[in-house]
Design a protein around this ligand. Structure first.
Ligand code: BG6
Length: 488
């Protein structure tokens, strides 16, 4: 679709920025907070980059007023943050820690007093350690129940003040890193356990949405999904099929459950053949069907490219009928790659990459938004998008023109998607301030506001607005009109 003129951004468009509790708050054991799996995991040598952790992070817990004042100065319309479950319930369940709850109520009040819409994420990866120890975390249905109770406490306390709620942040990412690659807590490498945990997280998500609709009928709730559109490597129909498989395996596997209340059939069948599909009860099916989100949160960084895998290629080339069931063969030869039967990934030669090797693909952003709109027909809230880079402080300034370019290009594609007909609520850049990158410490920076600390030292944690801060300020002030002016 080509547009000679782009539609303006909606007048109530929520221009925002985002963060997550463990990555910014610090105060890891203050005022009765219990440990999370990340507090524990980051204590073990070798688990994180240069042993970085969130004990102090950028001390947002104690400096939130200063941070909100900066948001106001920028003109931010929305701020997405997450609640640390173990601040509210130190053990994950049981007695409520009033001081923890009060912190979030104070933060919400501070935002509202500055006309900033709070966007509250209920789960951004920091499961209470108590639940991991007692129930094996997300591998048990008791954790889904504990999540529902935790949500009830927040809905009761903040339901009248907060309109936008996010259930799970990037379920696809935290289950893969935590249960497949062993790179996040609980550090497991077991696909069967991953799919079982993922199913219980789906149950937890559905329970939370269901409860929310009962308790906060005027509010809006949805998960935030890390969406990456899949491209075929070539126009070879086999590559096209591989890309469709990639979409199903990477994206529909999660999004269909959220939005249609059921697992996509093709993927489920493959997993069942490998003996790693989750067990789904009738009750689960009913619950998943009932709990439809009001919007979809989308985190977009990049997509992927798929091609027919080598194994399939040989099969096609030889045109032989193999008596060996390829699925079972795969299961025994490489149980860690169920998608091998469906697609292989390839480098996309058309795209540049970030300092960390992530593809930069603004058009893919538009593709993503359109595909989601077409498949699920829900309003979309972009809850993350941004550039991780090595920023250099010179003369108390950060000239991050590369970040401005990145955001400018992505926002223009978002405007094109709006013009195409995508229903958009808002856009939260990742991130407002610099923060702790889970596995890359404090050197991989995303913020509009530089925070003067490094991996080893907290220093004074001074906040220094970058060039991108002033650029985004102008984007917000003009409700996006400056994006097109910048192009001229
Ligand atoms: C998203 C997460 O996956 O990506 C954020 O929701 C994270 O919490 C962001 O920080 C960027 O990832 P990274 O690894 O570059 O810090």
């Amino acid at each position: 679709m080509f547009h000679s003129k782009l539609d303006p951004f909606p007048t109530d468009f929520l221009w925002g920025a985002a963060s997550a509790a463990y990555q910014v708050e610090g105060a890891w054991d203050a005022d009765g907070k219990g440990p999370s799996i990340w507090d524990t995991y980051s204590q073990i040598a070798g688990n994180t980059f240069e042993e970085t952790n969130g004990k102090i992070a950028i001390d947002h817990y104690h400096r939130y007023k200063e941070d909100v004042a900066l948001m106001k100065q920028m003109g931010l319309k929305a701020y997405r943050f997450s609640v640390a479950w173990s601040r509210i319930l130190p053990e994950g369940e049981g007695a409520v820690n009033e001081a923890g709850l009060r912190f979030y109520e104070d933060l919400v009040d501070e935002l509202l007093a500055h006309d900033i819409e709070p966007v509250l994420t209920l789960y951004h990866w920091d499961l209470p350690q108590g639940l991991q120890d007692r129930y094996q975390g997300w591998e048990s249905r008791q954790t889904a129940e504990a999540f529902e109770n935790y949500c009830r406490i927040l809905f009761e306390r903040l339901g009248e003040k907060v309109t936008y709620w996010v259930t799970m942040n990037e379920q696809n990412v935290f289950t893969a890193l935590g249960y497949r690659w062993g790179a996040h807590p609980p550090g497991i490498k077991d696909l069967k356990r991953m799919y079982a945990a993922n199913h219980i997280i789906n149950i937890a998500n559905a329970k939370a949405i269901h409860l929310f609709h009962e308790m906060v009928p005027q509010g809006k709730i949805g998960p935030s999904f890390g969406y990456g559109p899949m491209y075929p490597f070539s126009c070879d129909p086999e590559d096209v099929l591989a890309a469709e498989n990639g979409e199903a395996f990477n994206n529909a596997w999660f999004l269909d459950v959220y939005c249609k209340g059921q697992y996509p059939k093709f993927v489920y069948k493959q997993l069942a053949k490998l003996g790693i599909a989750p067990e789904v009860t009738l009750e689960d099916q009913q619950l998943m069907k009932q709990a439809k989100p009001d919007f979809l949160g989308i985190n977009y960084y990049h997509g992927g490219t798929a091609q027919q895998n080598q194994f399939q290629k040989q099969q096609t080339a030889k045109k032989e009928f193999s008596k060996v069931d390829p699925y079972l063969m795969q299961a025994t030869s490489d149980a860690l790659a169920p998608e091998e039967n469906m697609f292989a990934t390839a480098e996309n030669p058309m795209l540049k990459k970030t300092d960390w090797g992530w593809e930069i693909d603004p058009v893919g952003f538009r593709v993503a938004l359109r595909r989601i709109q077409a498949n699920y027909d829900l309003p979309i809230f972009v809850t993350e998008n941004g550039l991780g880079a090595l920023d250099q402080l010179s003369d108390c300034q950060i000239h991050d023109s590369y970040r401005i370019d990145y955001l400018q290009e992505h926002l223009l594609e978002l405007q094109k998607a709006i013009t195409d007909g995508v229903d958009m609520i808002g856009y939260c850049a990742w991130s407002f301030t610099d923060l702790l990158s889970w596995l890359n410490g404090y050197q991989k920076r995303y913020g509009f506001v530089y925070v003067d600390r490094d991996n080893q030292q907290e220093k004074q944690l001074a906040r220094i607005p970058k060039d991108s801060f002033y650029w985004y300020q102008e984007v917000i002030r003009t409700n996006g009109a400056s994006l097109l002016q910048n192009e001229k």
